[in-house]
Design a protein. Structure first.
Length: 366
């Protein structure tokens, strides 16, 4: 992989290969603990299972950086007499892209049981055909009794691990949403820990249950009460056949996405743009495809009395499928931008909107 140190390359691959369905994210948390504990003053979790690594956590000015550690999944709701499994969504898997793919059931013992997912309808398929209620999974069991020796109702289902390196610094894997965002935030924390900024508290969170409504991010923001919260997530790329060309352009390989929508506090947005331009970091300025995103950034903004907030985006092709694709250059540019932006902060910084009209200035703190 280009632009990644060896230990970070190994960590990213392990993170992408692990299973962390919303609500059962232990494998991701164990990896994050192993990777970040050597650099953190404290690593811990909360009742929802989010992962926390902190530096200078008592500082009055604290920065929260986060990616969500969960991935889209499904959950077994019924096992029939023939041993076939039926499921419901845990998040929103792209079933039209998953039909015929290998999956894994994570049972109560933590074992990964291989399965194939199929559609019960074989003719006259439509968009309505590709819903959780129209799919079934086959684990090869001869009957219900045989299936129940391996799996049970309530077990989670994820895409089988399939990480691959591609041409031109691209990678393909299940769950780039949002293992790439977690990796970007974790690597930023690691780099900041090498030379911690004075007077600034750094709080990394691998947020749980984002795919179910940003539940982990909400509790984390309330508990940490930071001055600044920055969420990193993937977003829909528009550079492939069949992409929605009515959305703002967002392409692989041109740098991290900096969003200009209601999720981004204007003064913080200007700071990030100034840093990117000064440090010559590649970025894509985009309004996002939504006026307010359905990401962790949205809950950060309205937790407690609110906080300065930014959302960074990694272009991602084929969202919620088993073959999501991204460019590592976009990830590395995001690490550089987030690291340098946080290094620019001073404890006296305020990102409150002005009360009177001011000149348009884009400058770093002295």
């Amino acid at each position: 992989m280009r632009n990644l140190p060896m230990n970070s390359e190994d960590f990213l691959e392990e993170l992408l290969l692990c299973a962390s369905p919303s609500g059962q994210e232990d494998e991701a948390r164990f990896l994050l603990k192993r990777h970040l504990s050597p650099f953190a003053e404290r690593f811990y979790t909360d009742i929802l299972g989010s992962s926390y690594a902190v530096l200078n956590e008592k500082a009055p000015f604290r920065v929260l950086i986060t990616g969500h550690q969960d991935e889209v999944a499904a959950q077994i709701v019924r096992i029939d007499e023939q041993g076939f499994l039926y499921c419901r969504n845990s998040g929103f898997p792209a079933w039209q892209r998953l039909a015929g793919c290998m999956m894994e059931v994570i049972n109560r013992r933590g074992e990964h049981i291989p399965a194939v997912v199929l559609n019960r309808e074989t003719e006259h398929l439509s968009d309505q055909s590709f819903q959780a209620g129209k799919m079934y999974l086959d684990i090869g069991a001869a009957d219900r009794a045989s299936a129940e020796k391996l799996v049970s109702v309530g077990d989670y289902i994820v895409s089988a691990p399939n990480f691959r390196r591609l041409a031109d610094g691209r990678i393909v894997s299940k769950a780039l949403d949002d293992k790439l965002g977690v990796y970007l935030a974790a690597e930023t924390f690691r780099r900041l820990a090498e030379h911690p900024p004075r007077g600034i508290g750094i709080c990394f969170v691998g947020a749980s249950q984002e795919e179910l409504g940003s539940r982990g991010a909400r509790s984390a923001a309330y508990a940490l009460n930071p001055a600044v919260a920055i969420a990193v997530d993937v977003s829909h790329a528009t550079d492939f056949p069949g992409a929605d060309r009515t959305r703002p352009e967002f392409v692989l390989g041109k740098g991290i996405g900096i969003y200009r929508n209601a999720n981004n506090t204007p003064a913080l947005l200007e700071r990030m743009l100034a840093v990117a331009e000064r440090k010559k970091i590649d970025f894509q300025l985009t309004p996002h495809y939504a006026a307010v995103s359905s990401t962790d950034a949205s809950v950060f903004q309205i937790t407690r009395g609110g906080m300065a907030c930014a959302l960074l985006g990694i272009p991602n092709r084929y969202m919620h499928s088993q073959a999501e694709m991204a460019d590592l250059h976009d990830v590395e540019s995001g690490i550089e931008l987030l690291t340098e932006t946080i290094r620019s902060f001073r404890p006296s910084d305020s990102f409150l909107p002005p009360l009177e009209k001011q000149k348009n200035t884009r400058s770093l703190s002295k």
